[in-house]
Design a protein around this ligand. Structure first.
Ligand SMILES: *[C@@H]1O[C@H](CO)[C@@H](O)[C@H](O)[C@H]1NC(C)=O
Ligand SMILES: *[C@@H]1O[C@H](CO)[C@@H](O)[C@H](O)[C@H]1NC(C)=O
Ligand SMILES: *[C@@H]1O[C@H](CO)[C@@H](O)[C@H](O)[C@H]1NC(C)=O
Length: 334
């Protein structure tokens, strides 16, 4: 009985924030007043149990985000800076003119997925498990080209439906370079500067694209710095921007770039991820051991890191797989 009550109230808690249809004013006002009175007293308890599109569940923690970037993300000083600035600027803007669109580039294992997870965790109390965070993987969600028209309709409905439910929704598209250009075209309107589309405003939403496109060029820049004996930390966004945009426009293989996302400036920030060095792999390994509930052991991690592949072959500077396979590898060495 009590549980049913709570559930009903929970529902109210979420709905009341939106709009109460003025069915019959006196009744509605009466009920609303009663329920609101009750909720005012118990809302903290109620909201605690069920995720709603409200500040109790969605609020940006800049301090937490910065701290997570500094302590959990390794070897990505450029990406770290750009992402912190981009997300903070957007979340601090009460009246953004368009949704936030980030495009994360780099080799596998450099931390693109991880950074989108950290962004989600800094905004949604439930992080990636939040009902307001949506992850799409090209090869898993949109595998067959013959279904393109279906995918387009579905994706548009999902985006519209979810943003209608909660304007502060986040959409992550993994393997963007494997997504059909037509499908990317179909989401373009949502990324644009429109005030509303069919009565829905997308300006509070966040879109994150992940891809390997441009990865090779980023590696080249990092390698050039290394060859000239310059410190990795000296690499700045401006050194990578040219490399990235050139690759982006020239790479005929990645569908993404055929579309007018870039021509129309729909992407707010291109975020480059550098290839990781041995020491970063070790850092990942130590963090992973701690995450597995083990005491971080440098010897074990060194053994594992040593057996991975690096390039250039002779000098073994950059890790081929980055931190991607470390979790499973460690199990083998522990
Ligand atoms: C923000 O994150 C910091 C660091 O994780 C944490 O100590 C703090 O309690 C968080 N603030 C809020 C309002 O959640
Ligand atoms: C957030 O915006 C306010 C004004 O709207 C500004 O004073 C403040 O510096 C901004 N904070 C950040 C971290 O950008
Ligand atoms: C929200 O997106 C999910 C996919 O992540 C989809 O299954 C669901 O139907 C969408 N909700 C609405 C209301 O469109």
């Amino acid at each position: 009985m009590r549980l049913t009550w709570s559930l009903t109230l929970l529902l109210w808690g979420c709905l009341i924030a939106g709009a109460i249809e003025p069915i019959s004013t006196s009744i509605a006002v009466g009920i609303a007043a009663a329920v609101t009175g009750f909720l005012a007293r118990y809302q903290n308890v109620l909201y605690y149990f069920h995720e709603c599109c409200r500040p109790e569940w969605i609020s940006y923690n800049r301090t937490g985000f910065e701290e997570a970037l500094q302590t959990k993300l390794f070897g990505q000083h450029v990406a770290s800076r750009v992402v912190l600035k981009a997300v903070t600027g957007f979340m601090n803007n009460t009246n953004p003119k368009k949704p936030l669109v980030l495009s994360l580039h780099g080799w596998t294992g450099t931390g693109k997925n991880f950074v989108s997870q950290l962004i989600a965790e800094s905004i949604y109390r439930q992080g990636m498990s939040s009902g307001f965070v949506h992850l799409f993987t090209a090869t898993a969600h949109f595998p067959h080209e013959m279904n393109l028209e279906l995918y387009k309709t579905q994706l548009q409905q999902w985006i519209k439906g979810n943003v209608t439910n909660c304007p502060r929704s986040m959409f992550i598209f993994d393997e963007m370079d494997k997504m059909h250009p037509g499908l990317i075209d179909s989401i373009k309107p949502y990324l644009d500067f429109y005030e509303t589309l069919d009565g829905v405003s997308y300006r509070q939403a966040i879109f994150i694209f992940l891809s390997n496109a441009g990865g090779e060029n980023i590696v080249q820049v990092a390698l050039d710095f290394w060859t000239r004996g310059r410190d990795r930390e000296e690499i700045e966004l401006k050194h990578l921007e040219t490399a990235l945009s050139l690759s982006v426009f020239n790479n005929k293989n990645s569908g993404f770039w055929h579309t007018s996302l870039i021509d129309k400036n729909l992407v707010d920030f291109f975020v480059p991820f550098l290839p990781l060095e041995y020491k970063h792999v070790v850092q990942c390994g130590l963090a992973e051991m701690a995450a597995k509930g083990r005491t971080p052991d440098r010897e074990v991690v060194d053994l594992m890191a040593h057996d991975l592949n690096y390039f250039p072959k002779e000098e073994r500077v950059f890790s081929m797989q980055g931190c991607k396979i470390i979790s499973s590898r460690l199990d083998f060495y522990m």
